[in-house]
Ligand binder design. Sequence first.
Ligand SMILES: Nc1ncnc2c1ncn2[C@@H]1O[C@H](COP(=O)(O)OP(=O)(O)OP(=O)(O)O)[C@@H](O)[C@H]1O
Length: 429
Amino acid sequence: MPAAVAVAASGGRDSTALLHATARAARELGLEVHALHVHHGLVASADIWLAQLRAQCARWARSGLPLHFHATRLAGAPARGESVEAWARRERYAALAAMAQAAGCDLVLLAQHRRDQAETLLLQALRGGGAEALAAMPRRAERDGLVWARPWLDRPREEIEAYLRRHRLRWLDDESNDDEAFARNRLRRQVWPALLAAFPEAEQQLAASARRAAEAAAALKVLADIELSALAEDDGPLDVAGWRGLPETHRAPVLRRWLQSVLARPVPESLVRRLADELPAAASARWPAPGGELRLHDARLVYVPPQAAEAVAPESVALDLSSPRFVELPSWGGVLEVKAVAEGGVSPSWLRAAELRARQGGESFQAAPRATPRALKKQFQARRVAAWDRAGPLVFSGEQLVFVPGLGIDARCRAAAGEAQLALFWRPA
Ligand SMILES: Nc1ncnc2c1ncn2[C@@H]1O[C@H](COP(=O)(O)OP(=O)(O)OP(=O)(O)O)[C@@H](O)[C@H]1O
């Protein structure tokens, strides 16, 4: 079977031209072209678009172009809180990817051109975007195992119009392009004519800026990741003391990359700004973050998801902890590790019939052999144990408190040197 290339075709002006030009080039090269169309099911005219594009592809195929047509009708609707445009875009790309893969294509062409790129840069700037946003659309991107390319991103719109005239091609006009509720349409109708009249080179120069922003964004990402690798392991806590030592202009980019890794979702710029302002002077603090919160303690910044942040104390559990193991305790939001040690541990006999309980208040803990037992709250304060490090279960043997997360083994239960012994560690998830 000959190699094949896919073209995402809406039936509109630009992708009609791209589909035709690709099919003509493919005929010379001995390639097959698959036109992929997505019916969003949002407006009545979508049926007409699909029918016309199908008919046009059939005509072109009869005239000898190596063309195949595929269409997908989207089912479903946006989730609560999701805009129709965001839903349509996400589902459109997913449907295009599925059709391309089914047709055996690993390259999908999109028809955006230089005017679209210039508009995108302006729209991003009007939203206050940084280098990554100002980079606008990439020429080439790899996603879902496919290469997505925009071969006409450097081409002026007039060239495409000339192509359509030369080949007498017909296309459909999207009536939603007139709706000025959309920022892009307002830009096209109200701003572009005035901008081009005052700055005839605007399209070219804005597209050139997007390209430079793309280079700047890529370089910044690499640099921020190098600096971040010395300040945090994978998505672990951020070493805030080290972060404060960075040159001031590096701090926000490094924070942004760290937040991207721990939040695993888009990072609100307002959060980056707030942290960049407040972290340099903060000692112990909390900030709300998407899906959880950020906590600063002992110069370490951690992200705590909501389950751990709001965990309700679970029921007590009886367990045999007398041998080394990891006990996963999802309802407590962490793992209890039992580890053989040479000193400072507890004799396994204390742990054979252990009981994990939530703090009730009034428990006391003895930190050292000759110290007096003191209230847990006081001990936590004295040792500056962070709230989430003490959020795990207390381990009792009968009525004797054996282990406290964040404080360790009670001195009254410690094994003598040389005896077999176990230490316990609370690892918050
Ligand atoms: N319904 C669709 N089915 C398949 N591909 C689409 C569809 N809508 C858009 N695309 C692809 O995504 C590109 C960008 O879409 P957008 O609607 O932003 O562009 P446009 O400038 O209106 O392009 P066109 O004139 O081709 O509709 C299109 O050029 C086309 O390649």
